[in-house]
Design a protein around this ligand. Structure first.
Ligand SMILES: N[C@@H](CCC(=O)N[C@@H](CS)C(=O)NCC(=O)O)C(=O)O
Length: 208
């Protein structure tokens, strides 16, 4: 059984969606970030940087931190969504999410959504970068059905939750035809609907 330490955020949704996709039984242990539970000494033992998500695989007592590493671990364990032959491409799009899409859009959330008016520089910089990322993902999805090719993979699972916050971005997802097509198609997957609402059963995926 997998125990998922998480919160109701895009990085959290990545793993609940993955667990739903591979059909694993899992137990959620909520980490209340507003109460700094992520910095408790016993949690730091499994998450050295004090972040969610983390999993413990109770079948073998292994713990895994960092959402990209967790996705790779679960994909390897289940033999799903990480096709051996396409790994070089999948790894690139997965790492692009981990290194660019998530961290940059995360900063946009900080300046534009949570703290507007505090830093003109921060707001402008991350608005511009987020807009570029929309365009870059749209260009990729013009030539490719999914981020890493013809198949839905862990690269899509890592990236989709950031687009599910598009209402916070004020960029206008609708204007990006290919990105919208990809976003809506993934939004309809049963596992995505369940994984998105893993902590709030009433939560509905935002439309365009
Ligand atoms: N690179 C990490 C990022 C995880 C991350 O930033 N998690 C946020 C929530 S979305 C967090 O735990 N924040 C708490 C904090 O920074 O104190 C991953 O992908 O797992």
């Amino acid at each position: 059984m997998i125990e998922l330490f998480s919160a109701n955020t895009p990085n959290g949704w990545k793993i609940s969606i993955m667990l739903e996709e591979i059909g694993y039984e899992y137990k959620v242990t909520k980490v209340d970030l507003s109460k700094d539970e992520q910095f408790k000494p016993e949690y730091i033992k499994i998450s050295p940087f004090g972040k969610i998500p983390v999993i413990i695989d109770h079948d073998n007592n292994k713990s895994v931190f960092e959402s990209g590493a967790i996705l790779m671990y679960l994909a390897d364990k289940s033999g799903k969504l990480y096709n051996e032959k396409e790994r070089l491409v999948i790894n690139q799009w997965l790492m692009a999410q981990m290194g660019t899409v998530g961290p940059m859009i995360g900063q946009h959330h900080q300046f534009h959504h949570y703290n507007p008016g505090k830093s003109e520089f921060g707001e402008e910089r991350y608005f511009k970068i987020t807009k570029r990322i929309y365009g870059e993902l749209d260009a990729r999805l013009e030539e490719s059905k999914y981020l890493a090719g013809k198949e839905y993979t862990i690269a899509d699972i890592a990236t989709w939750p950031w687009m599910a916050r598009h209402e916070w971005h004020d960029i206008g997802l609708k204007k990006y035809k290919n990105l919208s097509r990809w976003y809506l198609e993934i939004s309809e997957r049963e596992a995505v609907i369940k994984g998105y609402s893993f902590m709030d059963k009433e939560a509905k995926i935002p439309k365009l």
